[in-house]
Design a protein around this ligand. Structure first.
Ligand code: ADP
Length: 497
């Protein structure tokens, strides 16, 4: 009798393994960080070997902690930091270069040039994405252009590429399986999300031989089996999805119009838009939410660059707080921000503004503004920014959003959740299990092997949520949103000075 699903969560700074039981409860967790490599300013890399070894280590550790053997594991689901790219030799499995991480800006110049040549629109029409170094395409090209002999080998069919789930699956299966899933493929800027194929024009544009690319599979099916050397016996690998899509699934946003926001360092909002892709006119990207049994569910996505990071700034730079959790208590000591607004555009503004040159502003300061007001303004800034994305989602989709489901480290903050409900005038739901990224991968892998029979079966297991309903009156909300907009224009205005 299989007792658990193993979720492998390959994050940006650490890898985690969580074993879930049939009720979706966490039975064991193991987590370990790995090195961040910064060879130059703005460049970020990871060692692919380290990523795999750390993952294997935490998987074994999570099993050992509760005495689980390979026979107890029904299947493995993988979720991962998206866009990060590895290129390796097909015959030796040796990476030809470190993994180039999603945050890495080394291909900015190349993207600017392509933009000048007018490629932005074509790329958006094919991939749903904005032309940006963030996505995998220019990272692969960089490796082929800069690693000696790489292009020649790639053209001879000797090299393979993959995002992190592809690399982990390749290694776990002992080099037998080279696949990706639709969600990860949709973040490469090489995949046509309408034709559901690698796009020949884009492969030509980036000079990437098609033989390097993994086969694209659904998010919930058996891809292959682990090499017995790893866990003593074969275990089915049966699910994969990029981290944000996995969280959308783990949050059970199964119906069109359902939205989740992950309040981590940044804020990641995704909306299920059903079987039709919606092209954004409001600064969002169109992406694949998941694919199950051959059916694609699309999503709209908007990222807020600084969310929980603003709280870190209060703690580490301003020394206003000792820990992130203090913000709830301090901000609750005052009824409002006393007219202050903070726009934490520390690295520019993301969706829906897209101004990389914007910078932060703290406005509306009077002699009476104290530390508690400032902390409150920081929490409000997280909710305001998320609300801007929610409004863009409504405008693009024409769907009225009535609930937003939250997770991530800062979702523990009740005051923030209430602010979100108040500013957006919608209910905010926090599930009992906020490990939604790993849970999504577990659900996908569990559905593939009959551990759960159906999506309905998954929903039956859900434990009680906490619900925050809007309490702010209409005029107050409109006043605050208008003032917030003014503050955002100040952050944008700075770039014109
Ligand atoms: P990531 O996955 O991006 O590392 P996490 O989901 O672990 O992020 O969330 C950590 C972030 O949440 C940090 O930026 C931290 O400042 C913020 N955070 C954590 N707890 C709270 C809290 N109680 N209130 C507000 N922010 C918080």
């Amino acid at each position: 009798m299989k007792k658990y699903i193993m979720a492998l969560d390959a994050g940006t700074t650490s890898n985690r393994c969580i074993l879930f039981d049939k009720k979706g409860q966490i039975c064991s967790v193991s987590q370990r960080e790995f090195a961040q490599i910064y060879p130059h300013s703005g460049w970020v890399e990871h060692d692919p070997y380290e990523i795999f070894n750390v993952m294997l280590g935490v998987a074994r550790d999570a099993m050992q902690k509760i005495g689980a053997g390979p026979d107890d594991i029904a299947s493995i689901g993988i979720t991962n930091q998206r866009e990060t790219t590895v290129v390796w030799n097909k015959n030796t499995s040796q990476p030809v270069y470190n993994a180039i991480v999603w945050q890495c800006r080394r291909t900015s110049q190349e993207c600017s040039e392509l933009e000048k040549q007018g490629w932005s629109e074509v790329i958006q029409q094919k991939t749903g994405l904005k032309l940006d170094p963030y996505f995998s395409a220019t990272k692969v090209k960089w490796i082929l252009d800069h690693v000696e002999g790489a292009r020649e080998k790639a053209e001879n069919g000797e090299l393979l590429m993959g995002t992190i789930e592809t690399w982990i699956i390749w290694k776990l299966t002992g080099g037998k399986v080279h696949i990706t899933d639709y969600t990860n493929a949709s973040r490469t800027m090489l995949f046509n999300i309408y034709d559901l194929k690698w796009d020949k024009d884009l492969l030509d544009l980036f000079k990437i031989p098609e033989t390097m690319l993994p086969q694209v599979k659904g998010c919930s099916e058996v891809y292959g089996y682990t090499n017995p050397e790893f866990f003593g016996k074969e275990i089915a690998i049966a699910g994969a999805a990029g981290d944000q899509q996995s969280a959308l699934f783990g949050q059970q946003c199964f119906k069109p119009g359902m939205v989740k926001n992950t309040y981590g360092t940044g804020g990641f909002l995704l909306m299920n838009t059903g079987s039709k892709p919606i092209s954004s006119a409001n600064g969002l990207v169109t992406t694949i939410g998941w694919s199950i049994n051959g059916e694609i569910t699309y999503a709209l996505e908007g990222s807020v660059m600084i969310a929980g990071a603003v709280i870190q700034w209060l703690r580490d730079e301003l020394h206003l707080i000792d820990s992130a959790a203090d913000t709830e208590y301090l901000a609750s000591k005052v009824p409002d921000t006393n007219g202050a607004y903070l726009v934490p555009a520390f690295t520019g503004l993301g969706a829906p503004y897209w101004n990389p040159y914007a910078r932060g502003v703290f406005i509306g300061l009077s002699r009476g503004v104290n530390k508690n007001h400032m902390v409150r303004a920081a929490l409000e800034s997280m909710a305001f920014q998320a609300n801007d994305v929610i409004r863009a989602m409504c405008a693009d989709s024409g769907i009225e959003i009535n609930t937003i489901r939250i997770d991530g480290g800062a979702s523990a903050n009740n005051l923030l959740a209430q602010m979100q409900a108040d500013f957006s005038n919608i209910s905010v739901v926090r599930p009992a299990c906020v490990e939604t990224t790993a849970l999504g991968a577990a659900y996908l892998a569990g559905l593939a092997v009959g551990f759960w029979d159906s999506i309905e079966n998954i929903c039956e297991n859900t434990q009680e949520d906490v619900i925050f309903t809007p309490l702010m009156d209409h005029d107050e909300r409109e006043r605050k949103l208008t003032e917030w907009k003014k503050a955002v224009s100040c952050a944008n205005y700075l770039t014109t000075l």
